[in-house]
Design a protein around this ligand. Structure first.
Ligand code: ISE
Length: 334
């Protein structure tokens, strides 16, 4: 059976998901798109071929040709749309974050548990990236011993002006929060955030250094810098008792040219994580067929947003802040 998919939100990410679906995801077909700006929706539909434009997000969720929904609209709309999908009994892949507030994340969890079926996946695509997956395998293989540190770098070349110093963690470093939870298989107990002085290229926004302490005592550092000018740069090194494992640069080739040797740097996350986005879609569609959820759950979305909220608090207060997520319901056991 081919699963009819609808995309809500035709901005940068909605358009990219529509393109990937149009290029071909086994078992899935893009049927319709929707955006508050009908011209933007029409542009994405035209680029994708035989795809309808639907007026409202609610119409798209109710559409009988659509069995699964991809939510890529602004963050403030995520929770209500994810809940509407759950109530319609349709699986939803929701771009990160799961919701704009921790309270809203809780309401998605409550709706999903009430319905009795795991239908919401959060688009933390790094869980599908070949590099992070290899890192996870080497950790699970137990050759390296227990993890001690995970050092991460998350640099963006540019960010829109609404990304304030506070949002650098919530919007960017939230990826590291999710992937660190995935790699380490545990939650964080405390967080401290220190702001560096601002780059003269972006005087209103401070680069942030987040230090997370896991429940078992692993320390995770994240440099989150959204004005790196030179490109999109994500790094991670996991240091363990008997060795360390790092992400290798992503490009498949390296160049020697004009007296230099090195790798091209991707412009943004769509290029850097292209394989991960495609694999995320492939596994999401396959999971709808099998009924076995994959990727980040609504609980993972809640845990990431709660940890990011604690980081904002830590940053504002200038001190180490405890994180308390409460008990993970058995409904979300891996
Ligand atoms: C952006 O919003 C994303 O979703 C990207 O995945 C992330 O790497 C980037 O830092 C964010 O600004």
């Amino acid at each position: 059976m081919t699963i009819g998919i609808g995309v809500i939100g035709c901005g940068v990410m909605g358009a990219d998901h529509a393109r990937l679906l149009q290029e071909g995801i086994p078992g899935g077909r893009l049927v319709a798109v929707q955006d508050l700006d009908p011209r933007r929706a029409a542009g994405v539909a035209a680029a994708a071929g035989d795809v309808r434009v639907v007026d409202t997000a609610r119409d798209l969720i109710a559409d009988c040709d659509i069995q699964a929904i991809l939510i890529a609209s602004p963050d403030e709309t995520h929770a209500a749309l994810a809940i509407a999908c759950v109530e319609a009994g349709k699986p939803a892949l929701c771009e990160k974050p799961l919701a704009a507030t921790v309270e809203e994340c809780r309401s998605v969890i409550a709706a999903e548990m009430k319905g009795g079926r795991r239908l919401v996946q959060v688009g933390f695509m790094r869980r599908f990236d070949p590099g992070y997956r290899a890192m996870k395998r080497s950790l699970d293989g137990e050759k390296l011993g227990r993890p001690l540190f995970l050092h991460c770098v998350h640099r963006n070349a540019v960010a829109p002006p609404y990304i304030t110093s506070a949002l650098v963690v919530a919007s960017s470093a939230v990826h590291e929060i999710d992937i660190a939870r995935f790699l380490l298989g545990e939650e964080f107990a405390a967080v401290t955030v220190i702001g560096a002085r601002s780059s003269r290229k972006a005087p209103t926004r401070q680069p942030q250094l987040m230090i997370l302490e896991s429940a078992s005592g692993v320390v995770v550092t994240v440099e989150a810098f959204v004005d790196a000018q030179y490109g999109y740069d994500v790094r991670a090194e996991l240091v363990c008792e008997e060795g360390a494992v790092s992400l290798a640069p992503n490009p498949p080739v390296s160049f020697r040219h004009a007296g230099r040797d090195g790798f091209a740097i991707e412009a943004d996350w769509r290029a850097r994580f292209a394989d991960a986005y495609r694999e995320q879609l492939r596994q999401w569609v396959a999971s709808i067929e099998t009924g076995r959820p994959v990727g980040s759950s609504a609980w993972d979305g809640y845990a990431a947003s709660s940890t990011a909220a604690a980081a904002s608090e830590a940053s504002a207060a200038g001190r180490r802040t405890a994180i308390s997520l409460g008990e993970r319901p058995a409904f979300y056991a891996d």
